[in-house]
Design a protein around this ligand. Structure first.
Ligand SMILES: Cc1cc2nc3c(=O)[nH]c(=O)nc-3n(C[C@H](O)[C@H](O)[C@H](O)COP(=O)(O)OP(=O)(O)OC[C@H]3O[C@@H](n4cnc5c(N)ncnc54)[C@H](O)[C@@H]3O)c2cc1C
Length: 393
């Protein structure tokens, strides 16, 4: 099977690259092994300020609604964190005190939402909280099968949100704010907005234990958009080996395709960091398992760890080495047609941001580089994109 570009990894970075390349008329495939960081997503895009026109257009075409306002957001344990660009269902407040009296509503049998921690955190900010549980027979089936997880509950909530709103109206006394677990809008992202309108108080959705409902929805929206544009999404498959000659990769082997290799002009490595197995570690070193790329990590193992357990751990910032155009480096040499994007870069490219910002900025930078090279193949030698000028593309 032949493509213009094969992308390994279908997280945020891989999906953005795939969509942007398809939009530019390229024929791509994404090999996607499994869960990615979006399944843990808070709904806030780290290190991105207002979306660039290009990102706004990509999100809007995929049906992903975002808003931008500097402020603080409520975290699942009742603390607050600064945030800016966020999905529409995430509220941002100018200060951590956003109400006087708060009703926190949970569902009987659902343990992945920490109502008492939330109440404790909000009371520290001077808000008065009352916690109530709704008993919903519609969740009995999930309860009986031990499936009271956010995504299973969200499947029911998109159907019964009007009933939930009605029950909450009956529960409300003099509260000005209602907090609900973020289990609405998995399949229909208009539900959180409609629920807000149906309750005569400010409605705030607070994060739950993973999987993150807004994150899973975002992943589904990106995938739908990619496939609508004609991209080939190989779900549940794993890139296992690359076939290269003189620093040029001509095909990769995947677990499911057996001897049918994926051939392409370009390959993008978007396989994530240690969490997603884009990088793997043993007691002696961290490696990149598909191409055995060079990793930016100190030789001295004592430097890997911060002895303060709760502190930031240096090893989480290690990533594959790349040149200025994000070509991956192997044995000290930049591979001509292999690029690395997203969290597999670790903290090696701070100029491109961090978290979701890094995933998106590096994806756009590599897409531009690939498009420029293809264009220049028919014209003059390629002019590289200068990444230090490419932030927030
Ligand atoms: C737990 C967690 C929560 C986070 N929350 C946020 C947040 O709320 N906001 C924020 O801005 N950032 C957050 N981040 C940072 C996050 O890394 C980025 O936001 C971004 O989503 C990363 O995208 P990615 O595509 O680079 O990597 P990933 O999302 O890790 O995706 C990589 C994908 O590649 C797949 N893969 C790995 N190896 C192979 C292979 N051999 N073949 C095929 N597929 C493969 C993995 O299974 C995975 O699906 C979070 C990170 C983690 C780990």
């Amino acid at each position: 099977m032949k493509f213009d570009t094969v992308i390994m990894g279908g997280g945020l970075a891989g999906m953005v690259a795939g969509i942007a390349l398809q939009q530019a008329g390229k024929n791509t495939a994404i090999v996607s092994m499994g869960q990615n960081a979006l399944h843990f997503f808070s709904g806030t895009f780290e290190s991105l300020q207002a979306p660039s026109e290009r990102l706004a257009e990509l999100f809007s075409a995929a049906g992903i609604r975002v808003h931008y306002r500097k402020g603080v957001r409520l975290m699942p344990l009742g603390t607050f964190k600064e945030a800016a660009l966020s999905l529409d269902d995430i509220d941002l407040f100018p200060t951590p005190k956003f109400g006087r009296r708060v009703l926190i509503v949970n569902f009987l049998g659902y343990h992945d939402f920490f109502s008492s921690f939330l109440a404790e955190g909000l009371e520290k900010q001077g808000m008065e909280c009352r916690i109530r549980f709704l008993s919903l027979p519609e969740l009995d089936n999930a309860k009986a099968h031990g499936e009271m997880r956010s995504v299973q509950i969200a499947r029911s909530m998109d159907r019964i949100w009007e009933k939930v709103a009605q029950e909450i109206r009956l529960l409300l006394k003099d509260e000005d704010t209602v907090i609900l677990p973020q289990v609405f809008g998995l399949l229909d992202d208009t539900v959180p907005g409609r629920l807000r309108q149906a309750i005569p108080a400010r409605v705030v959705f607070a994060g739950t234990m993973p999987p993150s409902v807004p994150g899973v929805r975002t992943q589904m929206q990106l995938r739908r958009r990619y496939e609508l544009l004609g991209g080939t999404f190989l779900m549940g498959d794993q890139a296992i080996r690359a076939h290269e000659h003189d620093g040029v990769v001509h095909s990769i082997a995947t677990h499911n395709l057996d001897a049918h290799y994926l051939e392409a002009r370009n390959f993008i490595l978007a396989t994530g960091g240690l969490y997603s197995k884009g990088l793997v570690s043993n007691p002696f070193k961290i490696t990149e398992p598909i191409l055995d790329l060079d990793i930016d990590q100190p030789q001295d193992r004592n430097e890997w760890y911060n002895p303060t357990f709760a502190g930031e751990q240096p090893y989480m910032g290690y990533g594959v080495k790349t040149d200025e155009q994000l070509h991956a480096i192997k044995d000290g040499v930049a591979m001509q047609n292999v690029y690395a994007i997203g969290s597999i870069l670790g903290n090696t490219r701070p100029e491109l941001g961090s978290g979701a910002g890094l995933a998106i900025n590096s994806a756009f930078a590599v897409v531009d580089q690939i498009l420029r090279c293809t264009q220049n193949d028919n014209e003059e030698p390629a002019t590289p994109v200068i990444l230090s000028e490419a932030k927030n593309l």
